[in-house]
Design a protein around this ligand. Structure first.
Ligand code: GAR
Length: 210
């Protein structure tokens, strides 16, 4: 019997290398998630073209068209996700803070990858801050999205050494390499219920968010 894959969307703002890692992993029949949609808040995000090239539906919902109205922008995102019958949303370099509207709408169904060992270095410029702090270990974290940025329950982490003479770019490269393995692994574990996060698949045949 072919197992039912959970339908996932990925939200990006730029390059989309984590998106590409998830799309590649999802090609395996054993991966419990299909990537059905990639959304970007920036029409010029390189990841959109990469997703289309990989045969994944990819669309921009440009935040600039909504002015200061963040909720209207997120309502458009939410409507697109629901129309595509998405069950899991993976933020992958999505560089806009979310309002309570979207976080609550997807509570328990939205994951993020962050380039630090949370709870250390939430926010931006994590690699430069790690170097300045003099830490000897740095890394990345996959977590469930909650209202406080970069603070939800942790699903997976990978650590890398900080080596003498490292620049922020060196560290970013070393961390990104780990991101590309832990994000697919964490999404697979989450979707198959190993982390206790998502209802059983047959409970989700109808849209679980309704
Ligand atoms: C990744 O390092 C990701 O962890 C980070 O942005 C990069 C996106 O790269 N995310 C954040 O900083 C979120 N606050 P990618 O577009 O190549 O996946």
């Amino acid at each position: 019997m072919v197992a039912l894959k959970r339908r996932a969307a990925i939200m990006i703002s730029g390059r989309g290398s984590n998106m590409a890692a998830l799309v590649a992993a999802a090609r395996s029949p054993a991966f419990p998630v299909s990537i059905d949609l990639v959304l970007s808040n920036r029409p010029d995000a390189a990841g959109l073209a990469a997703a289309r090239c990989a045969g994944v539906r990819a669309e921009a919902i440009d935040h600039r068209e909504f002015g200061q109205d963040r909720t209207a922008h997120e309502s458009a995102i939410d409507a697109t996700l629901r129309a595509a019958h998405i069950e899991i949303v993976c933020l992958a370099g999505y560089m806009r803070l979310l309002t309570p509207f979207l976080v609550q709408a997807w509570q328990g169904h939205m994951l993020n990858i962050h380039p630090s060992l949370l709870p250390s270095f939430p926010g931006l410029k994590t690699h430069a801050r790690a170097l300045r702090a003099g830490v000897k270990l740095h890394g990345c974290t996959v977590h469930i999205v909650t209202q406080e940025a970069d603070a939800g329950p942790i699903l997976a982490q990978a650590a890398v050494p900080v080596l003498p003479g490292d620049s922020a770019d060196d560290l970013a490269r070393r961390v990104l390499h780990q991101e590309h393995s832990i994000y697919p692994a964490a999404v697979a574990a989450f979707a198959s219920g190993a982390t206790g996060g998502l209802p059983a698949a047959d409970a989700c045949l109808a849209n679980p968010l309704d």
